[in-house]
Design a protein around this ligand. Structure first.
Ligand SMILES: [Fe+2]
Ligand SMILES: [Fe+2]
Length: 263
């Protein structure tokens, strides 16, 4: 069996022309796709963990779908707080949703089971696993015959940043309790929402923040402010199954400065 190779993107914030924090989202998403086509066309899947469209509009999802058509591998999607579930499904169709209507799916790749988890909570910046989502997720993890990787928008860890106290995962304590019972099965969690390189652990399970290919943030540990820095480098993540675990790289595709090499 060939080892798994995944691309993970988050926080595309696609618009139909309006710049977000000084950047045109479609321009930067297109640059990311160009880089993927050039450098990682052989990856098994591209998984995108929410904030797909900045205003959740139908026209934004159409623009997103057009931009993703050039990806050489299949892709999977789930939603973030900026998204609109109904508008998303009207453009992408029910293939991206489970039988309960949430935008989440299960994909087996290599020796791993990848679970895309929909934490979107309509009308809120916060995320949730309500309406049976947490129980359903636990049942899928409990029934898995291989290690699971979770992919979700809202951070499962306590970021220690005031900005995320009101827009975090509301049921994070219950989520943590569920993970504690399944830490032998859940091998890792990938999340977005923060727009910065933030990693951590929850109940002994590693969790990795995925940077945005559009705009980045900086941590403010003192005030509940979400900072944005247009000149910080955008990135997507590359996840490689090594045989003894995972190697995870941030691919800074937007860097255009000088590069030197030593032998
Ligand atoms: Fe975002
Ligand atoms: Fe978000």
């Amino acid at each position: 069996m060939r080892n798994m190779k995944l691309l993970v993107l988050s926080d595309l914030h696609v618009t139909t022309g309006a710049p977000i924090h000084g950047r045109d989202p479609v321009t930067w998403l297109t640059r990311a796709v160009d880089h993927i086509v050039r450098c990682h066309a052989g990856a098994d899947r591209c998984l995108i963990v929410g904030d797909l469209a900045h205003h959740g509009r139908v026209a934004e999802y159409r623009a997103l779908k057009a931009a993703l058509e050039r990806l050489p591998m299949p892709y999977g999607l789930t939603l973030g707080n900026h998204d609109d579930r109904g508008h998303f499904l009207s453009v992408f169709g029910s293939d991206f949703a489970d039988e309960t209507g949430f935008v989440q799916s299960v994909i087996d790749i290599g020796t791993y089971r990848c679970l895309l988890v929909d934490t979107h909570r309509p009308g809120s910046g916060a995320g949730s696993l309500d309406n049976g989502r947490l129980e359903r997720l636990e049942a899928m993890i409990a029934g898995a015959d291989r290690p699971c990787l979770l992919f979700m928008h809202h951070p499962p860890i306590d970021t220690c940043l005031p900005a995320f106290e009101t827009i975090g995962l509301i049921d994070r304590p219950a989520f943590a309790a569920m993970l504690a019972a399944h830490r032998d099965t859940v091998a890792g969690i990938f999340f977005g929402h923060c727009h910065m390189p933030i990693n951590g652990t929850i109940e002994g399970i590693p969790a990795f923040g995925v940077r945005s290919p559009v705009y980045q943030s900086l941590p403010d540990f003192d005030r509940p402010r979400f900072l944005a820095g247009p000149d910080l480098l955008p990135a997507y993540s590359l996840v490689i199954e090594t045989g003894s675990g995972l190697a995870i790289h941030a691919i800074e595709f937007g860097y255009s400065g000088s590069i030197t090499a030593s032998d």
